[in-house]
Ligand binder design. Structure first.
Ligand code: E4P
Length: 230
């Protein structure tokens, strides 16, 4: 399962890219507004930091303008993926841009029927928003289950399920169990994935016990030889 980072905050992206775990990024107009910088500059910088797919969303609502915006954004870098909304106009734009060889992420998917339409339109990714379904009292993860089942049953569908609107570590684990291709994770949730109180407690105990031995694994000789190697 691929990990995308769901933010337009360049400091966060730089920091988390250093983990070596990030395969791409997703942005949306709300995240860009929060970042407070020129959209194209943000996308260009993210594309330099991360070699994988970086989603940049169109803001027009008619097909022709969406396609023009998509073509312009796609020129920023080879790894730009164009994000279009799951509307009839957006899916027409998806078909046209995909036909030109541009990767397309169809966003704002809230039903299995919509996901089927995105796959039929040649989308590279479809983004079901699970957190927003949970917010209205539904089970977002049931939608991921349905879409993964359908895509497995339909060999002709090449679209990847990109689980979006993730709110918790549990969402990431459930998406992995269901076989989703990609999760796009907010930085706070990605950091939370590392943590378990027993890891902290266990490490503190190991280090305290090690201290009592008075030993160290590296000695002066090791420091000298590593300095020489540099
Ligand atoms: C990603 O592509 C989406 O835009 C994002 O995950 C939406 O998340 P939200 O529902 O927390 O805004």
């Amino acid at each position: 399962m691929k990990f995308f980072i769901d933010t337009a905050d360049l400091d966060e992206i730089r920091d988390l890219a250093a983990t070596g775990l990030i395969d791409g990024a997703t942005t949306n107009p709300s995240l860009v507004a929060k970042a407070g910088r020129k959209f194209e500059d943000i996308i260009a910088e993210i594309c330099e930091i991360l070699p994988g797919p970086v989603s940049a969303e169109v803001t027009a609502t008619d097909t022709e303008t969406m396609v023009s915006e998509g073509r312009k954004l796609a020129k920023i870098a080879a790894n730009v993926t164009i994000k279009v909304p799951l509307t009839p106009e957006g899916l027409k734009a998806c078909k046209m841009l995909s036909g030109e060889g541009t990767k397309v992420n169809v966003t704002l998917c809230f039903s299995a029927g919509q996901a089927i339409l995105a796959a039929k339109s040649g989308a590279t990714f479809v983004s079901p928003f699970i957190g927003r379904l949970d917010d209205i009292g539904l089970r977002g993860m049931d939608l991921i289950d349905d879409i993964c089942t359908i895509f497995r049953a339909q060999a002709a569908f090449k679209t990847e399920v990109l689980v979006a609107s993730i709110r918790s570590v549990g969402h990431v684990i459930e998406a992995a169990k269901l076989g989703a291709h990609v999760v796009t994770i907010p930085p706070s949730v990605l950091r939370a994935l590392y943590h378990h109180p027993l890891t902290d407690k266990g490490l503190a105990a190991f280090l305290a016990d090690w201290e009592t031995t008075g030993q160290s694994i590296l000695d002066d000789k090791d420091s000298a030889s590593s300095a020489a190697a540099e």
